[in-house]
Write a protein that binds this ligand. Structure first.
Ligand code: 5AD
Ligand code: FES
Length: 344
């Protein structure tokens, strides 16, 4: 059996095998990785690509992650918050365009108490009962997660960022901890959320051992969704001078995730599309099956700046959706009008 067939069949990988896949320049092996991953995705999801309407509703954040452009310490960031009416307007546009999942993402902004967020979530679920609501608002208490779940939230995105304690310390200030991040993820899973986790590829100081630990952690968590994208520097952060992550390495890891987690919902992320103009298409061709176009009002898109040069900041939601749809058709896939639940 080939290395790729072995990984696919066992759904496991060893550290030396990971090292081989990430370091090889054997194009035959790499093409086998890509094709096997895409075949795996085709078997479960066909040529359908799920879309999530991303609403970046606040760039105010109490945290100070060293990599992130909206960190509290970035005094140059121009801050904004969307109110409930603005968010509802985004979902209205999105639903008309065919979105059946709305992802509300924001910094850890104290303005959005449980009460405020529950009200927004239940209004969206009431207006669009055929749609799923995903929250991506960071670390909160178990009670808070429970209230948000009861208000109708279906899914929650919270990347673990890195599963190695010492590496986590290099990316975050002491006020944050990997153990708390993990506690949140397991609480979310217990509360019945479809959980998404993930990590950045090529974050500062990352080694292959760190990536291996990330894969092992994901195997323990078994998330419904796995999001990865290359680290991209932001000029007003402590990591301004750090080298960007490799989009090529990210693609290899997407393919590998598809083999290890056959039914996972794996997005071709905006960061990947920023690092490589064809990154999102390549992501799909390496086994990704989700895209997350931006539904935020164009006026605030540039302000939700996690890293430099983010794509799609100048386009209206409808333009972006049409553009993406064309681009995906061109590679033989299609955006579908569907909640896009995990087919586990
Ligand atoms: N480059 C790439 N990805 C980033 N994220 C945050 N900052 C950056 C950056 N500079 C990712 C994190 C976070 C997600 C919302 O965006 O992984 O979980
Ligand atoms: Fe946004 Fe093309 S996908 S402009």
């Amino acid at each position: 059996m080939t290395l790729i067939a072995e990984i696919r069949q066992s759904r496991t990988i060893s550290l030396p095998q990971l090292q081989t896949l990430l370091e090889t320049s054997n194009t035959t092996l790499l093409e086998e990785l890509r094709l096997t991953a895409r075949q795996q995705a085709d078997e479960i999801y066909g040529h359908a690509i799920y879309v999530r309407g991303l609403i970046e509703f606040s760039n105010i954040c109490r945290n100070n992650c060293y990599y992130c452009g909206i960190r509290a310490g970035n005094s140059k960031a121009v801050r904004y918050r969307l109110d409930k009416e603005q968010i509802m307007q985004c979902t209205h546009t999105g639903h008309r365009l065919g979105f059946r999942t709305f992802v509300l993402q924001g910094g850890e902004d104290p303005h959005y108490t449980d009460e405020v967020l529950c009200n927004i979530v239940s209004s969206i679920k009431h207006a669009y009962p055929d749609s799923a609501v995903t929250l991506s608002v960071g670390e909160r208490s178990r009670e808070s997660y429970q209230r948000l779940r009861e208000a109708g939230t279906d899914r929650y995105l919270l990347r673990h960022e890195t599963a190695t304690e010492s590496h986590y310390r290099m990316l975050h200030p002491d006020s944050m901890s990997l153990s708390h991040r993990k506690e949140c993820l397991f609480a979310l899973r217990e509360l019945g959320y479809q959980v998404g986790s993930g990590f950045m590829v090529g974050s500062p100081f990352q080694t292959i051992e760190h990536l291996y630990a990330d894969l092992l952690f994901l195997q323990e968590l078994q998330p419904a969704m796995i999001g990865i994208g290359p680290f991209l520097h932001h000029h007003d952060t402590p990591f301004a001078d750090q080298p960007d992550g490799s989009s090529e390495r990210c693609l290899r890891l997407i393919a590998l995730l598809r083999l290890l987690f056959p039914t996972a919902l794996i997005p071709a992320t905006t960061a990947l599309g920023t690092a490589d103009p064809m990154g999102r298409e390549k992501g799909i061709l390496h086994g990704a099956n989700v895209l997350m176009p931006n539904l935020s009002p164009s006026a605030v898109r540039k302000q939700y700046s996690l890293y430099d040069n983010k794509i799609c900041t100048g386009d209206e939601a409808a333009e972006c959706h049409a553009c993406l749809s064309r681009r995906i058709n061109r590679i033989g896939y299609r955006l579908v009008i569907d909640r896009g639940d995990n087919k586990a």
